[in-house]
Design a protein around this ligand. Structure first.
Ligand SMILES: [Zn+2]
Ligand SMILES: [Zn+2]
Length: 244
């Protein structure tokens, strides 16, 4: 399984980057995990749009879905040109039925409901979902490829279910939208210290901090996570790849 960071930013993208979006690939499947602003431009640096099989969404905040609607047009045009022969399959929860209803796009994009308790098989990947604590419904995700486990917290404040979904992760891709000084002051997101604590409680082998803030010294996030986690810690960077 290969993870490519397409968009490490929360809220809105930095120049030459994207907000929340990640490419997950195996020999058998290419999946986009979240599809934020700038995702399609970054995706095409790594994969022709003709070869994208599926999209899985954590929730409907704009920084995670903005490019879904451009992707619908890409799928349409590529199918009309004969360069794609099948629709893009898109998976998301339907706790917001109005938002869910915008995902399907004729014969070009087919939508499917996912929920906590479901098991989703995409190629040789197995996905399961967990609870988050966020202002809107949002799913955390555990992605297994054989023995290898990638876990994405999505957007969330501390929530004990994160420890269940993240257990023994080979790579914990963890939101870290807040510096420690904001602990208890801003809801719906994790501080870097909490990201480290989560990695420790999960027994994660590697922690990658993502959904980064546009302010402050990002290296401070790493230092704060190091106070609560002894394993390797990276800041997610646009274009970085991990093989697991
Ligand atoms: Zn977000
Ligand atoms: Zn959000």
């Amino acid at each position: 399984m290969k993870l490519t960071i397409l968009g490490p930013w929360g809220a809105y993208p930095a120049a030459e980057s994207a907000s929340a979006s990640y490419l997950i690939q195996t020999e058998s499947v290419n999946v986009l995990l979240d599809c934020g602003s700038g995702a399609l431009a970054q995706l095409q640096r790594h994969l022709p749009l003709e070869e994208l099989d599926a999209v899985v969404l954590t929730h409907y905040h704009t920084d995670h879905i903005a490019d879904v609607y451009c992707l619908q047009h890409a799928a349409m045009i590529l199918m009309q040109l004969g360069r794609r022969t099948k629709p893009i399959e898109i998976y998301a929860h339907d706790a917001d039925p109005a938002a869910f209803s915008t995902l399907a796009y004729g014969e070009y994009m087919h939508s499917h409901v996912i929920a906590v308790g479901d098991t989703l098989t995409l190629g040789d990947l197995t996905w399961t979902f967990g609870h988050t604590t966020h202002p809107v419904p949002c799913l955390s995700m555990r992605i297994e490829h054989g023995e290898q486990v990638l876990v994405f917290t999505a957007d969330t404040a501390w929530n004990d279910d994160l420890v269940r979904i993240g257990r023994n992760a080979d790579l914990l891709l963890c939101e870290s939208n807040l510096y420690n000084e904001y602990f208890g002051k801003i809801g719906g997101h994790l501080t870097a210290g909490e990201a480290g604590k989560l990695a420790s409680q999960c027994g994660a082998k590697r922690l990658v901090l993502t959904h980064l803030p546009q302010y402050g010294d990002l290296a401070q996030l790493v230092r704060e996570a190091q106070e609560t986690y002894e394993g390797p810690i990276d800041l997610a960077r646009t274009g970085d790849q991990y093989r697991l």
